[in-house]
Design a protein around this ligand. Structure first.
Ligand code: SAH
Ligand code: DHB
Ligand code: MG
Length: 223
C-alpha cells in the first residue's frame, strides 16, 4: 500500500467505527469469504451502508444485484429492503454462491434473497424475457467487460424512478488512461458513455478513496 492508500484506509476505519458501525454479522460474513479463499473485493462497510441508504431513499422493495461474491453487499441490501422486500443476486461461481448462501442464512436474511447461479447476461436475459416485475434498484458489480450489456438489460428490468448503481467505474484512474485497452476498462468506458448519452437515464459518478483504494460509483435514475 502507498502512504496515500494507508491514509485513506485509516480514515475509512475511523469513519466506519464512528458512523457506520459494521456489526458482528457483517464482519463474520466478510471473514468467511476470506477463510474460503474468495477475493477481498466486497464493498467496504461505509460503501455497503451507502448502498443501503440509496435503497431506502428510493423506497426499494425489489433489488437486483449482479455479482454476489460472499454476499456482503447483499446483506446490506437485504436489510435495507426489510422483511417485505426481496433481493435477487446473480453469481457465476457456484463456490461463491455457496459461501454467500451460508452468510445470508447466518445473517437472518436468507429468506428474502434468491441467488441465481449463472452468467449475469443469461440470467438477466431470462428475467427480462419472463416479464419479471420491475426492480427498484439494480447494483451492477459483476465482471466489468459486460457493464454496457448489463446496463441495457437493467433498463429492460426497471421502471421510471428506478435506480441503477455501478461499482468500480474509476479503477485507479485507468478509465482515462489511453494505454489501458483492457476489456474491463473498455467495458467501464462504454458503460459511462451510455450513462451520459442515453436519454432514458440521468446519472452522475463520484470518485472514491478508502480501504478499497481509488475507485468510484456511478449512480443513475431511470427517467
Ligand atoms: N457485490 C459483492 C462483490 C462482487 S465481486 C460485494 O460487494 O460484496 C464480483 C463477483 O462477480 C464475483 O463473485 C464474481 O465471481 C462474479 N462474476 C464475475 N463475472 C460474472 C458474470 N459474468 N456473471 C455473474 N457473476 C459474475
Ligand atoms: C474487483 C472487482 C470489484 O467488484 C471490486 O469492487 C474491486 C475489484 C476486481 O475484479 O479486481
Ligand atoms: Mg465491486
Amino acid at each position: 500500500m502507498t502512504s496515500a492508500e494507508q491514509a485513506w484506509s485509516g480514515v475509512d476505519a475511523y469513519l466506519v467505527d464512528e458512523v457506520v458501525g459494521e456489526d458482528d454479522v457483517l464482519a463474520a460474513a466478510r471473514a468467511r469469504g476470506r477463510e474460503r479463499g474468495l477475493p477481498p473485493i466486497d464493498v467496504a462497510p461505509n460503501q455497503g451502508a451507502f448502498l443501503a441508504l440509496v435503497a431506502q431513499l428510493a423506497g426499494a422493495r425489489r433489488v437486483l444485484e449482479l455479482g454476489t461474491l460472499a454476499g456482503y453487499s447483499t446483506i446490506w441490501l437485504a436489510r435495507a429492503v426489510g422483511t417485505a422486500g426481496h433481493v435477487t443476486t446473480v453469481e457465476r461461481d457456484p463456490r461463491h454462491a455457496e459461501v454467500a448462501r451460508e452468510n445470508l442464512d447466518e445473517a437472518g436474511v436468507g429468506e428474502r434473497v434468491r441467488i441465481e447461479v449463472g452468467a449475469a447476461l443469461d440470467v438477466l436475459a431470462g428475467l427480462a424475457d419472463a416479464g419479471t416485475e420491475p426492480y427498484d434498484l439494480v447494483f451492477v458489480d459483476a465482471d466489468k467487460a459486460n457493464m454496457p450489456a448489463y446496463l441495457e438489460l437493467a433498463l429492460r428490468l426497471t421502471r421510471s424512478g428506478s435506480v441503477i448503481v455501478g461499482d468500480n467505474v474509476v479503477r485507479r484512474g485507468a478509465v482515462v488512461d489511453p494505454s489501458d485497452q483492457s476489456p474491463d476498462v473498455a467495458g467501464v468506458r462504454a458503460f459511462l458513455h451510455e450513462l451520459g448519452t442515453d436519454p432514458r437515464l440521468e446519472a452522475t459518478v463520484l470518485q472514491t478513496v478508502g480501504s478499497k483504494g481509488w475507485d468510484g460509483f456511478a449512480i443513475a435514475r431511470v427517467r
